[in-house]
Structures are given as C-alpha cells and as structure tokens.
Design a protein around this ligand. Structure first.
Ligand code: AMP
Ligand code: MG
Length: 484
C-alpha cells in the first residue's frame, strides 16, 4: 500500500466488551485478488499500485498495523422470530478509517472463518455469493441508492460445502457503519438501558453529529425519527428500481440506512408485484410488494429496543414518520420515472394503474420505463413491443400522452430527466449468473466489465448494448440459492 491518506480509528472498541469478541481470521488457501475497487480506494484515501499486496488481508493471513479484528454481537428478528444467538458468524470488523474528506469507513472481512457467533455455519462465504454481493453493492451505488460498498474480494482454493462443494472467497465490505437494528435489540433485551444509551450515543456521535448538541430527549427523538425516515426512503428507492432484498431480517437493517447484506436479492425482470426472490421464504414474507411494510415492522422492532431509554409517546410519534416519508419518496420517485413535473390530482391513480398493468402484462419493468424515457425520441414501438397485448399498451399510451399535455417542459427536456432516473442497465440475475460461471472457470474479466457498465446505469453505452437486453427465458427463472 502506498500514500496512506486515511486516519485509523477503531471506535467500535469503545463500546462495552459484550458487543464484540476479538477473533483472528482463519487463513484461506492460496487467496488471490479477484477484483479490486480502485476508485473506491482513492475515495477512502489510498492508492493501490499492486493489488496483490492485499491478497493476504483478504485471505486472512495478514493484518495491517492497527487492524484489530472483532466479531460484532447482535441479535434480531429473522422471519418474525426473535433470535438471541446472532452476531458476525463469518465476518470480522477489521478497523475503521477516516478518509481525507472526513468520511468514516468500517472495514469488514466477510468470509473470514468461524467466530463465537457462527452457530451451525462454517464461517465461510462462497465465490458465487461473494461476487453477487460485490456486483450488487456497486450496482446500487451506481443507481444512487445508499449501500454498503465492495472494496475488494479474493478467491481461494478451500472447498466449502453448500448444496454442492464450492470454493471459498472473501469480501472486504466497507460502509459508514456495520451497526444494525439488531445491535439495539441485543443491547435492550440482554444488556439493559445503560447499554442501549451507550450504543445510541455512539451511533449519534459517529453518524448523526448534527444531533449531538440537542438536549437528550430531543436528541433521541430526532435520531429515531431520522433512522425511521432513512429506512422508509431507502425502501421507496428499492421499490422504484424493482429491487427485492430477500432477507429483510432486523439484523440486516443498517442503522445508517444503507442497503445491507446482499443474499438472494433480485431486480425484477418481468414485473410481478408478489415476486419472492428468496426460495426459502415460502410464505413470501419478504416479497417485493411487502417490503415497505416489512421496513416498518423492522422499525417497530427497533422502537421496542428503545423503550427502556425513551418515552413511549415520543417513539410512537417518530414511528409515524415512516408512512409519510415512504409515501412522499415513493410518489416523487414514480413522478420522476414518468416524467411528471406538474402536479395533477389524477397522478396517483395513473401510477397505481400503471403498476396494475405491468403486473397483469408481466412487462419488463426496467425496459418499460427506459423505453418511456425515449417516447418522443424513438416513438411508441419500443414500448409497445414489450407487451404481448398491444391494445393494452396503446390504451395506456393514449392516457399517458393526454396527461403529458399538462406538462410545461419540452419533450426532450423531460425525457432527458427521465433517463437520469430510469436505468438502462440493471444487475439482472442472468447477467450475474453468467459472470459467476466465467469466474468459477478462473476468468474475472467479464465480472469487471459488468461492473464498469453498472457504474453508469443511466448512460447510453453503445459498446455494451448487450447488457441492456431482455433476459433469455432460462434467465428469468433462476433458482438463486439462499445458502451463501
Ligand atoms: P444472513 O442471513 O446472511 O444475514 O446471516 C444470518 C446470520 O447467520 C448472521 O449472524 C451471519 O453471520 C450468520 N451466518 C450466515 N452464514 C454463515 C456461515 N457460513 N457461517 C457462519 N455464520 C453464518
Ligand atoms: Mg446478515
């Protein structure tokens, strides 16, 4: 490593001992850098001239001076059931760094081996799921949606048993914070009010510094309200791009409002409101159209954990912000996607009817909005062609164009704006699947190319048109295993 331009801190260690256990990574065999995010490294304050220098850290054979790896303790609600046994079961917080811009980064090595919280797991992550997390965090970032990031990943030779034998990999995931709603549940349900307060003050000091000066009651109230609002807005953003998280347990909810813990996620291809991307979620608890409610339920779990230190009415009032924050953001997102700058009382109806139509017609969600963003530039055909039933498309287009007459912006101006919010390129499951197969054969170049494309999802990239194609039939029904 050269030009170390960051400050090392490890503020998580200031929390009481019960919040973590020191654990050394268990080495992987022959770890090699598979992909390195140089742009992100620069942003974090360092420059990498030789990627290979970092393989030992990814492979758990080397630590930099100042790294003091810990497994974090948290609990949480998984599929509605409280689980007191959770914690980092295969990931370690290495240290925290503060970049030249003052931004704080937690470094978390995912796939680092067993910890006291591994339960039945082996502490490892497989290549397939590590690539999926890498791709999706960078795709989300490209879309402008808050997310944890991928700094680099290694692949190794160690065999890992899942449904079949796979090989191990590890990811250095970075984020402003790795503290989850579940940390608060642990503090409240196992440690007591003092621990909740300590954790709360820690989170405010590091991540909500604008609240520090407020008096305690006000500080806690504003903080919780902000967490609720960030969560609501995050999920409104997911809905707008057709993202399904798949495992919205409260231990996978970031306290700073990032998209967190990528498992069996999916972006919708054909629109299906009830889409379930996680095959172990038989009841569809975390289906696409349930995500907004689940986000609220998770805020309620967090609220319960705050009861020992906050007034119940205050908590209730803050919780109420969820619905309005969600609705406002979602409506704005959809107005932007449809290019509606003027307000009209019929707009909510139009939005709802649009979703009903897409749901009935199983229209490709991303392609539909992108084609709509070029309606005047390229005509009706690209939109109509997405429908089996062209009459339905024509009826809808007539209604939409009538509505557009109320707009005052020029067509090209509106469509330019729409192309800034309706991505051309998203991480379709089949695209991820293709680069995973190549990587499993030792070639990471296709993965790198896909990342480059997904970094600029709103731009036309003529050389990469193939990534904007509709999925082949085999690609629409991939069985994405939850075992990662
Ligand atoms: P997830 O569903 O990935 O959010 O994981 C839920 C819990 O299981 C977390 O506490 C993880 O650390 C733990 N976990 C997941 N996979 C493994 C694994 N292979 N080995 C140990 N713990 C794991
Ligand atoms: Mg998790």
């Amino acid at each position: 490593m050269s030009n170390k331009g960051f400050r090392i801190e490890h503020r998580y260690l200031e929390l009481p001992d019960s919040f973590y256990t020191r654990v050394k990574p268990t080495p992987l065999k022959g770890a090699k850098i598979a992909c390195f995010n140089h742009e992100l490294a620069e942003k974090m304050g360092f420059h990498v001239s030789n990627e290979a220098d970092w393989a030992g850290i990814g492979g758990g054979t080397e630590l930099l001076e100042g790294m003091d790896p810990v497994a974090m303790k948290y609990t949480g609600h998984q599929f509605g059931m409280y689980n007191p046994e959770l914690g980092d079961g295969r990931g370690l917080l290495l240290w925290e760094t503060v970049g030249p811009d003052g931004r704080r980064w937690d470094w978390h090595l995912k796939g680092a081996g067993m910890t006291p919280y591994s339960r039945f797991g082996d502490g490892r992550a497989v290549l397939r799921s590590t690539i999926r997390e890498y791709l999706c965090s960078e795709a989300m970032n490209g879309l402008g949606i808050p997310t944890t990031r991928a700094l680099f990943m290694v692949s190794a030779r160690d065999p890992v048993r899942r449904e079949s034998i796979e090989t191990a990999a590890a990811l250095v995931r970075v984020a402003q914070s790795h503290i989850r709603f579940g940390h608060f549940e642990f503090a409240a349900h196992h440690e007591g009010p003092e621990a909740v307060k300590t954790l709360l003050e820690h989170v405010i000091a590091l991540h909500f510094p604008h609240l520090i000066k407020l008096a305690e009651e006000e500080r806690y109230a504003r903080w919780f309200e902000e967490v609720v609002e960030r969560t609501a807005r995050l999920i409104a953003d997911w809905q707008a791009v057709g993202f399904c998280h798949g495992v919205m347990n409260s231990d996978n909810m970031s306290i700073v409002g990032d998209t967190f813990d990528y498992g069996p996620f999916a972006f919708l291809d054909d629109f299906d409101a009830g889409y379930i991307c996680n095959h172990t979620d038989q009841g569809g608890r975390y289906a696409y159209n349930r995500q907004p409610q689940v986000g609220f339920a998770n805020c309620q779990y967090l609220a319960n954990a705050l009861l020992p230190v906050m007034d119940e009415n205050t908590i209730r009032n803050s919780l109420q912000r969820y619905e309005s924050a969600y609705n406002e953001r979602f409506l704005q997102n959809m107005r932007d996607k449809l290019g509606l700058a003027q307000e009209d009382e019929g707009d909510l109806g139009l939005i709802m009817d649009t979703f009903s139509m897409l749901n009935e017609q199983h229209t490709d969600y991303t392609a539909f909005f992108r084609a709509l963003s070029n309606l005047y530039a390229q005509g009706h055909a690209p939109v109509r062609d997405l429908f089996v039933n062209r009459e339905i498309a024509d009826e809808w287009l007539t209604r939409y164009e009538e509505r557009l007459e109320k707009e005052t912006r020029a067509h090209d101006e509106r469509e330019y704006g729409m192309r800034q919010v309706n991505p051309k390129y998203i991480l379709r499951n089949y695209l991820a699947q293709k680069v995973i197969l190549e990587a499993q054969n030792g070639d990471f170049e296709p993965m790198k190319e896909l990342i480059k494309v997904l970094e600029r999802p709103y731009d036309e990239q003529p050389d990469f048109e193939k990534y904007a194609k509709l999925p082949p039939d085999w690609g629409k029904h991939l069985n994405i295993s939850c075992s990662s």
